[in-house]
Design a protein around this ligand. Structure first.
Ligand SMILES: Nc1ncnc2c1ncn2[C@@H]1O[C@H](COP(=O)(O)OP(=O)(O)OP(=O)(O)O)[C@@H](O)[C@H]1O
Ligand SMILES: [Mg+2]
Length: 349
């Protein structure tokens, strides 16, 4: 039965769910931000604006892109709770595919996926995540996908699969993969073309949310309370003055807000560069993935100055993992098995 169900790759990160699937031989991707609050919304005034009111058990939730009461998803427990179930279903609805039974390939942070003591798959956590996603959930006045099976993959490393395969590396090449996401910094060292994974690292305290929190604080001080989503958009579009003006109510505060954001971006870059150098002093290549990749790129280039253009910012870094999981899923299983057998170090801070 499961053979005929549609398979969709879902990198369900703590701040954004990235969904990739194949449609008419084309790889499609959507990024669905997590911004939910409790209770329901009333019907939209505009017919083209859809309202998403959900119910899990007896708890009501709604998707609310701009609410300043959006529920926090930037903690590790999010991987196993109501909000994750909600975020994945909501993201599936953004694909435009008709709701139907689906098999999902989802992700867990590398330090959740592997036991820190012996570097083996943490089957308990993997199962917990699977079960969480197969729970009941209801959409008011609408139909949801039925998640019939769930496979769980580790985050980060698989994101550079095709880049590595096309990079003419030899079996001794050591590639450092740095994944700077919303909440976590994950790193790993891949040997050759995924012949081996020699070490992994995870840090739940370093992520773009450091910058987001600073942006929200600065916005609030300028009478412009904002959701995570709006603050993130501001970080991305900080060089677009007309957008900045739309978000900041008190225009006199614009310079101060941008300065605070830039300072935090520099801090994030410095923190990631410091951890990266500590973890991998002399890799042969460095690949940057995750939504924060472009923010930390300058700092990482500087930290590994001698590598020059061997420090690579992966295209569409935020959705790279979902795309790779979708494209190479069958090949990947082999690669991940190798990873599971050969991990030598997990540093969970
Ligand atoms: N081009 C960009 N420039 C700046 N920030 C970006 C860009 N693209 C995405 N982001 C930010 O990156 C963050 C999300 O990155 P990503 O989707 O990799 O995180 P995540 O997978 O949800 O988090 P985690 O992996 O920690 O669970 C958000 O804060 C988002 O606003
Ligand atoms: Mg992520």
């Amino acid at each position: 039965m499961a053979v005929s169900t549609l398979k969709i790759a879902v990198d369900d990160g703590s701040t954004n769910v990235k969904v990739s699937w194949i449609e008419n031989n084309q790889l499609k991707t959507v990024v669905s931000p997590n911004s939910f609050r409790k209770d329901w919304k009333s019907a939209a005034l505009r017919k083209d604006k859809k309202v998403y009111n959900y119910e899990i058990g007896s708890t009501k939730y709604t998707y609310d892109a701009t609410s300043d009461k959006a529920l926090e998803t930037t903690h590790v427990d999010y991987q196993y709770d109501n909000l994750n179930l909600l975020a994945v279903h909501h993201a599936l609805l953004q694909t435009g595919i008709d709701p139907q039974p689906v098999t999902l390939v989802v992700t867990l942070p590398i330090t959740e996926f592997y036991n820190s003591e012996d570097c083996q798959r943490n089957e308990a956590k993997i199962e917990k995540k699977r079960q969480n996603l197969m729970r009941d959930i209801r959409l008011n006045k609408g139909e949801l996908f039925k998640i019939v099976d769930v496979e769980v993959m580790p985050e980060s490393l698989p994101a550079v699969m095709s880049t590595l395969m096309n990079s003419n590396c030899n079996e001794f090449t050591r590639s450092l993969v740095v994944d700077c996401g919303g909440t976590t910094l994950d790193m790993g060292i891949v040997v050759g073309e995924f012949d081996d994974v020699s070490a992994v690292y995870g840090n739940n305290e370093i992520g773009v949310s450091m910058v987001t929190a600073a942006a929200r604080k600065a916005l609030a001080a300028a009478d412009s309370d904002s959701s995570y989503l709006v603050a993130n958009e501001l970080i991305k579009r900080r060089h677009d003055l007309s957008f900045v003006k739309e978000v900041v109510n008190d225009e006199e505060q614009i310079d101060i807000i941008l300065h605070k954001i830039n300072t935090k971006i520099d801090e994030l870059g410095a923190a990631v560069a410091y951890e990266a150098k500590k973890f991998a002093k002399n890799p042969n290549r460095v690949y940057l993935v995750g939504g924060g990749a472009s923010l930390i790129f300058p700092a990482i280039m500087q930290a590994y100055e001698t590598l020059g253009d061997r420090v690579v910012l992966i295209n569409d870094a935020q959705s790279a993992l979902a795309r790779e999981l979708c494209m190479y899923h069958s090949d990947l299983e082999g690669a991940v098995e190798v990873a599971a057998e050969t991990l030598v170090e997990v540093d969970d801070e």
